[in-house]
Design a protein around this ligand. Structure first.
Ligand SMILES: [Zn+2]
Length: 292
């Protein structure tokens, strides 16, 4: 081991090269933050990156040795992953971690060193599991790295997430305020649309929602209808895509019994058909939502 001085920090540098990148035919040495050396081919780096291409075209000082290490300011794990992606290996590169923090760091390094192939590869990976199940993380990456088209599509996939859950705190704080605003605006829009439809429920003359036809649809029982509205708003706060309203559990909640038990003042039978209201709300979810 020997010591090397980099930006006032002294790090321990191994005399050995990383076993995957130690070819004697390679002409450049990259050094990771944690002191691991990678012997690599300038031709491969230069082809993959304009940054390196420009750098290698600069005249090198005669005092420089081909074994002088180039400090990269990245961990050995990130550096190896970058190289695994840009080198023409026989097998597909594997990301050593699928965590949000790692992928974000990898994309930052790719951006810093102008490695478009790395960005492209990671974008493909985020279209597979486990990222398919983590749309908020991919939305955050799309916002951070300017994948504009992706961001919109992904924002729609985040609708059934409860963003108030502490699970999402780290990811939400990584998103810029304009993108965060868009994410919430989408939710407000849906909630407003649904609240409006629910408010109009007690004045709707919809046969499927009636159980008796003695008189007009019961008005003046606004308290019971308001209760339904309040419940629906609560569910949309948690799941703005309305997915929980599709669940029978929502409709069997005891808090709604008052509405289902509303009696007709002529025949004394219940007047509101639960299944009819349920179907009406689901129909709004299916067809009446705002276009994005
Ligand atoms: Zn009646």
């Amino acid at each position: 081991m020997n010591e090397i001085e980099i930006a006032s920090d002294t790090i321990r540098v191994s005399d050995e090269y990383h076993p995957s990148y130690s070819s004697p035919s390679a002409d450049i040495v990259l050094l990771s933050e944690d002191g691991v050396k990678f012997r690599v081919h300038s031709s491969i780096l230069g082809t993959a990156s304009k940054f390196f291409n420009d750098m290698f075209r600069m005249p090198r000082s005669s005092a420089e040795n081909r074994d002088d290490a180039l400090p990269m300011g990245e961990s050995s794990e990130i550096l190896k992953t970058l190289l695994d992606i840009i080198y023409p290996h026989d097998t597909n590169p594997v990301l050593p971690s699928m965590s949000f923090a790692f992928v974000r760091r990898l994309l930052s390094a790719a951006e810093k060193y102008d490695l478009a192939r790395v960005t492209h590869y990671v974008q493909l990976v985020t279209k597979t599991e486990p990222f398919l199940s983590r749309p908020l993380e991919v939305y955050a990456l799309a916002c951070i790295f300017g994948w504009t088209e992706e961001a919109h599509r992904l924002s729609l996939q985040t609708l059934n997430l409860d963003l108030s859950s502490p699970t999402y705190e780290e990811i939400l704080t990584s998103i810029d305020s304009a993108s965060l605003y868009k994410l919430f605006q989408l939710r407000w829009k849906i909630k407003k649309e649904m609240a409006q439809a629910v408010q109009e429920l007690d004045s709707e003359e919809i046969d499927e929602m009636r159980r008796c036809y003695c008189s007009n649809f019961p008005r003046g029982h606004t308290e019971a209808w308001e209760c339904l509205e309040m419940f629906i708003r609560g569910e949309l706060d948690k799941y703005p895509d309305g997915s929980s309203l599709r669940h029978p559990k929502f409709w069997s909640h005891g808090g709604l019994d008052k509405l289902w038990n509303l009696k007709c003042n002529i025949c004394d039978e219940p007047v509101v058909r639960k299944s009819g209201v349920n179907e009406y709300i689901i129909d709004i979810l299916d067809h009446g939502m705002p276009d994005f």
